[in-house]
Design a protein around this ligand. Structure first.
Ligand SMILES: [Fe+2]
Ligand SMILES: [Fe+2]
Length: 261
């Protein structure tokens, strides 16, 4: 059995009071084998926000894998944003913005969907290139048939059920076909600060393989959307199946969804 915690949209610089300490306490109890962090470590990519992010990365248990979010790119310095968009992430978090992990039960790959610019009225949305999708395909094919295969990224591959026009990862449809061929089982995301899950095929009707998409809310930021509370989830993966447990902020602690404070 493997245990994986997924947190996303931490947003140092705009934290919910008390949430960081409680998140760390609950994750320490879960004692995951792997922590995946889905980007948006910072609000404005300021040095003091990155220092907080670095310290957190060092405190998290297990193998820590992370990808950048749109908020992690330089915000004020446009020269750096376009010339070295991931330099700050690489300096403070880890050198590879597309980390992988594989053991005898699971294979995990982070995809960097953050971009300096996308053709949208804001620059906050994300994309996956054909080359990135192909690299993921190669990685997951190496993993063979028996490992549970997880992609995680900052931007969503599936819209919320009530918002089908949500801007998704650019080139998602083509990338999902590659994921399908390579046997991907699950996709973890963030960015929208909304919690929902569903089968990829419920929206992308060209996909036949069941691939579950789980979108996390912001784990610690007071930058809430639609009053969606802070939260995160953990997976227990065994024999090719994943059981998902959701944790929600009650105002004073993270509780398993459905539990009462
Ligand atoms: Fe965010
Ligand atoms: Fe984001």
């Amino acid at each position: 059995m493997r245990t994986l915690v997924h947190i996303t949209d931490i947003h140092f610089g705009k934290l919910t009071a008390g949430a960081m300490e409680k998140m760390e306490a609950r994750i320490a109890e879960i004692a995951p084998d792997i922590c995946t962090v889905g980007g948006d470590f910072t609000m404005r990519s300021r040095p003091r926000e990155w220092i907080g992010a670095r310290a957190l990365i060092e405190r998290l248990p297990g193998v820590v894998l992370a990808v950048p979010g749109n908020h992690d790119l330089p915000y004020v310095n446009l020269w750096e944003r376009f010339r070295h968009p991931y330099r700050r992430f690489k300096r403070y978090i880890h050198e590879n913005p597309e980390p992988t992990y594989m053991d005898d039960e699971i294979a995990v790959m982070g995809i960097n969907t953050a971009r300096p610019w996308v053709p949208h009225y804001t620059w906050k949305e994300g994309a996956i290139s054909d080359a990135q999708a192909a690299a993921a395909g190669r990685f997951f094919r190496q993993a063979g048939a028996n490992r549970f295969k997880i992609v995680f990224a900052h931007h969503p591959f599936l819209p919320p059920p009530d918002r089908p026009r949500t801007y998704l990862v650019r080139n998602a449809a083509a990338a999902l076909s590659v994921f399908e061929d390579a046997g991907v089982d699950m996709i973890l995301g963030g960015h929208l600060h909304l919690a929902y899950s569903g089968d990829i095929a419920s929206f992308h009707t060209h996909i036949r393989r069941p691939m579950t998409c789980i979108q996390g809310p912001t784990v610690t930021s007071s930058r809430l959307r639609d009053r969606e509370p802070n939260g995160f989830f953990h997976l227990c993966i065994e024999s090719g199946r994943a059981e998902v447990t959701t944790w929600q902020w009650s105002g004073s602690d993270f509780m398993k969804a459905g539990a009462r404070p």
